[in-house]
Design a protein around this ligand. Structure first.
Ligand SMILES: CN1CCN(c2cc(NC3CC3)nc(N)n2)CC1
Length: 154
């Protein structure tokens, strides 16, 4: 059983916009913006919606750059995360109930307070390389198995 989720990474020259997750899944970690895909919406529509809900930013230019499957030992639910990015957006990053946004220089990305998979695939996202990944987690901090491949199309 797969659960469809989205992740949006907003960039500007030499910087990435991350949000500190204030509650729920991933609380206490910096991440891009995203959430569940609801019935009746496309994955892209869900990505745009969650971006606006969590950061107040709008973009019609989201490009899918990654597809990651996450599995957790003992849990049959696989998370299928569709990763999008853009440097074309409108609005000012604004704190929401879910996220506290902050710009980070690419050389100072706070991987120590992000999901453990991020430092493995961020370099691909930052270099504009499309990728497919699989990570088997034990709990929320330990990666037991992983695959990460560059792809021409998702
Ligand atoms: C709303 N979604 C939740 C999942 N998510 C994840 C997950 C993730 N690792 C998985 C072990 C949890 N790593 C990043 N960077 N994002 C994107 C946003």
């Amino acid at each position: 059983m797969k659960k469809l989720l989205t992740l949006v990474l907003i960039t500007r020259p030499n910087q990435v916009l991350l949000g500190m997750k204030k509650r729920g899944f991933g609380q206490g970690r910096w991440n891009g913006f995203g959430g569940k895909v609801e019935k009746g919406e496309t994955i892209l529509e869900a990505a745009k919606r969650e971006l606006f809900e969590e950061s107040s930013l709008k973009s019609d230019d989201l490009k899918e750059i990654g597809l990651i499957d996450f599995e957790f030992v003992g849990d049959p639910q696989i998370l299928e995360v569709h990763v999008f990015t853009t440097s074309k957006f409108e609005g000012e990053p604004t704190e929401s109930s879910e996220m506290r946004p902050q710009w980070f220089n690419v050389k100072d990305i706070p991987f120590d307070t992000m999901w453990p998979d991020d430092h493995l695939w961020f370099p691909l996202f930052l270099s504009g390389t499309k990728f497919k990944g699989y990570f088997l987690f034990e709990g929320h901090d330990k990666i037991l198995k992983q695959t990460l491949d560059k792809v021409d199309s998702l």
